[in-house]
Design a protein around this ligand. Structure first.
Ligand code: ACO
Length: 434
């Protein structure tokens, strides 16, 4: 097989040979260099051919060895390991290590990593004063985006993104502190005193402790809920070049520090078409309210009035493997928490949509957010915290991509081109003459 692609330019009759590069295997695709297309011109004044790709539907922005997705077969691998195996056998902190370092840790490495993360969970006390400035009803995602950016000012050395030791420390701090920031944002919004981290607890149990601890000295999370949260974090930890990861890479490509870069990625995640979707799923279920209203609601979706939240995915045109895992997990959670009316609406909605021609034809399956929203709701986590949980999980993924990007010899500041469609040069018109 030739590793070159020939392009015949019908405008000039010229033939161009472009080099191809390949991913690990044929499912990972091949790519030409977009810059090579610039050589295809009709004259010396011609700017050359650009790739026009709004929404980056088919543009490879980097080489990456972190996560592989095959949307047609519903495959998701972190560093080669199937998501199903990691969800069954691993823990979030182990997966974070895997994403960042490329290999599963041996026992001593995992101990050191866990201890290091656990020892960095506390926040500078001044962060509490910063939080005090927010309105009582501030959305915790807004607080998180701002507080993450504010953390950058507490660690000015982190701006030296060329120093490996400093980068490593920033990475550990961010993974350790984001659950504390998130839980503080929640406690602030409900007027509860902050619950400090408990370093005797696992990453997930500690988060539940900081969310829900009341007067007890030691918070005792239900083991099913603790494990469920950990699995949810594993499933959301990375998903290759999605909107927020691309934001992380774009902002980081200007040598911005990792705190402001994670803040920018969190802002991208906030949108309802991305990490804000599981919040919208619950709003939608509340709006439907009752199983008997589902038919009418689906009709409106099909008429294009709005979208069914938690359905569809840019990459998966088959069942999202994460959704499958969460669906099974949901049943275990309901055994602990009991069912409620919204859960019944969700289950019936799923059944109706999966059998409806509109959704079948467009390959619209429930995505990870459909089930994560239902699970979090059953666990007593308030709706506004859903995207926050997503941000906690994705922090390890964002930082893995950031670290990979920092070591990439092809790293250039992100700066897309455009196809200009405005006026050609024209003369300024004086106000009186317009
Ligand atoms: N409900 C109803 N119709 C839908 C939905 C939906 N949720 N999603 C897509 N469609 C329809 C579109 O109207 C379009 O129909 P048409 O061909 O008749 O015009 C067709 O399916 C294709 O839709 P696109 O917009 O081209 O799909 P795209 O890949 O751009 O969008 C997205 C993917 C944004 C996830 C979309 O499916 C959506 O808006 N879903 C709801 C929001 C959501 O759940 N987001 C979470 C995504 S998962 C995550 O971020 C972790």
């Amino acid at each position: 097989m030739s590793d070159r692609l020939s392009i015949h330019d019908n405008r000039t009759g010229n033939k161009h040979e472009l080099d191809l590069s390949y991913g690990t295997h044929v499912d990972a695709g091949s790519a030409i260099s977009a810059s090579d297309l610039r050589e295809i011109k009709t004259s010396d004044h011609d700017f050359g051919v650009l790739v026009h790709d709004p929404g980056f539907m088919n543009t490879s922005a980097c080489k990456s060895s972190i996560t592989f997705i095959d949307g047609n077969t519903g495959t998701l691998l972190y560093r080669g390991y199937p998501i199903e195996a990691l969800a069954e056998k691993s823990t979030y902190l182990e997966v974070a290590y895997l994403l960042l370092h490329g290999e599963l840790p041996i026992s001593s490495e995992l101990d050191e990593w866990t201890t290091d993360i656990t020892n960095h969970t506390f926040l500078n006390e001044k962060i509490k004063k910063f939080l005090d400035g927010f309105r009582y009803d501030a959305h915790p995602m807004g607080i998180l985006v701002s507080a993450l950016a504010a953390l950058s000012t507490f660690y000015p050395k982190s701006r030296n993104v060329h120093d490996q030791d400093i980068r490593d420390r920033s990475i550990r701090r961010l993974i350790a502190k984001i659950p504390t920031l998130a839980a503080f944002a929640y406690r602030y919004s409900v007027g509860l005193p902050y619950a400090y981290p408990d370093n005797d607890l696992s990453y997930s149990a500690n988060f539940l402790n900081m969310m829900f601890r009341a007067t007890e000295t030691k918070y005792d999370a239900d083991p099913v809920l603790e494990r469920t949260l950990d699995v949810c974090l594993i499933l959301h930890a990375d998903h290759e070049q999605n909107c927020s990861t691309s934001a992380m890479r774009a902002v980081g490509s200007s040598d911005a520090d990792p705190y402001v870069s994670v803040s920018a990625a969190t802002a991208a995640l906030y949108g309802p078409l991305h990490g804000g979707a599981n919040e919208r799923v619950l709003e939608m279920l509340a709006e439907i309210g009752n199983v008997k209203n589902i038919g009418h609601y689906i009709d409106k979706v099909k008429q294009g009035e709005f979208r069914l939240m938690g359905f569809g995915h840019r990459v998966y045109k088959n069942l999202d493997p994460r959704a499958k895992i969460l669906k099974e997990l949901a049943e275990k959670v309901f055994e602990v928490t009991g069912r409620n009316r919204l859960l019944d609406v969700a289950m019936e909605l799923e059944k109706v949509a999966l059998n409806d021609e509109y959704f079948v034809k467009r390959k619209l399956y429930p995505n990870v957010d459909f089930y994560s929203g239902i699970i979090y709701q059953a666990m007593g986590i308030p709706v506004e915290m859903f995207p926050v949980l997503f941000a906690i999980a994705r922090t390890s993924g964002w930082l893995s991509h950031w670290e990979e990007m920092r070591k990439d010899p092809e790293l250039r500041i992100a700066r897309p081109r455009q196809l200009y469609t405005g006026y050609a040069k024209r003369d300024y018109v004086q106000l009186a003459s317009r």
